[in-house]
Design a protein around this ligand. Sequence first.
Ligand code: SAJ
Length: 443
Amino acid sequence: MRDKLLAAIENKTANVVVLGLGYVGLPVACLFAEAGFPVAGIRRSQEKVDLINRGICPIEGKEPGLAELVARVVAQGRFYATTDYAACRDAQVVLIAVETPVDPATKKPAYSALRGALADLGRDLSPGTMVIIESTIAPGTMAGVVQPILEETSGLKVNEDFFLVNCPERVMPGKLLANIRGCHRVVGGMSADAADLAVRFYRSIVDADLDAVDCLTAELVKTMENAYRDVQIAFANEMALLCEDVGADVWQVRPLVNKSPYRHMHLPGAGVGGHCIPKDPWLLVANASDGFEPRLTQAARAINDGMPLHVVDLTVEALRRAGVEIADATIAVLGYAYLENSDDTRNSPSQVFVARLQELGARVTVHDPYVRPYQGKLLESIRGSDAVAVMVAHDQYRDLDLGALRAHVAQPILVDGRHVFSSQQARAAGWAYYGVGSGPVGA
Ligand code: SAJ
């Protein structure tokens, strides 16, 4: 079984099928096609399948090289998309890249997309195939969910009839292709042979380290690296709250802390959004025993989830000091994406911020140069507002002329959730400044 697959990988004749053609599946499918493999991509949406088969990339946002790559490999006949799982019957390598969210209420993994893809694949799984999970999954999922579903639906036995691998992705919006080619990756195999075959397979598109390990290690690495970042950000946020409390400016303190060797205090801000950092700490501990208490990772989640509400508190206090009740106020929100210069709004802190302001009775306008419903004129968005709240550090906002804007607002109050402006800059332009980490400065 191994030798036949090894030959097909080495000579790039292995039929590759990618399940899930989103921001992970589509670029990796096209890179394997560009490397010379015949690749089929499976996606449930016929509309998106038709777009791709016309050589059009359905992913929005700035992704250098991706649109051209999709057009090229489709035109060369090396890659096509379909909604039909029957393509799996002839596959020698199947790569699964479907979403693995957590339930918002229970914070437990919500694996319906993964379970569906595995069951559909199992019915068409042929002996000798290598199945690779790229999705981020809770440690223990390969052994506890993936292997059982594939064995039950296919009647095949892992390591005897098929190879099973977890190779978590490390893509980032705006750098999809660069990260797939250039980021080190951990390659977890249900057997040493499986890991070795997967390393040889990924070597055709990855220029960085490919570290062969067992599946549990691979699952832990991916979820742990993002929990690590969440804790780092939470520390920065707690230090910002401390500085506000004692009347200091975290933006003066932070660079001096980072002058100390081996310190890298992250950026305090209006919250932590996106498709991975808010959920991966929950996946990391999802299968821990009841006796294990993930105190630090959960405290970090609570701190970061509390930041959009802290910006609400800053806004309410700023208005109070200007004699304006929040229920009578108009707030202009700058930024709705979760990340600067991105159109991605998944788990955006601005969603929480806007909802809470509206609960308090405020009238809210939203502007975001990248997010379709909010791309109007910025001046229209802030005209007559009682406070302007910056929630995302889009480049466009950094260039704003605060002096000129002052004439268009009802109250010159600037609430800065991302330290886009300094308190000195704002005050010099005649604004009352309330920043995360510096609080009410010169108000
Ligand atoms: N954020 C802060 N302070 C910081 C850094 C980020 O508040 O110091 C906020 C951002 O505003 C955003 C959220 O956290 O709302 C997430 O930002 P991010 O820079 O982590 O961007 P993501 O969500 O795209 O994270 C991805 C992750 N990559 C993968 O999962 C493959 C993450 O592991 C990377 O570390 C991160 O990109 C990166 O470094 O860009």
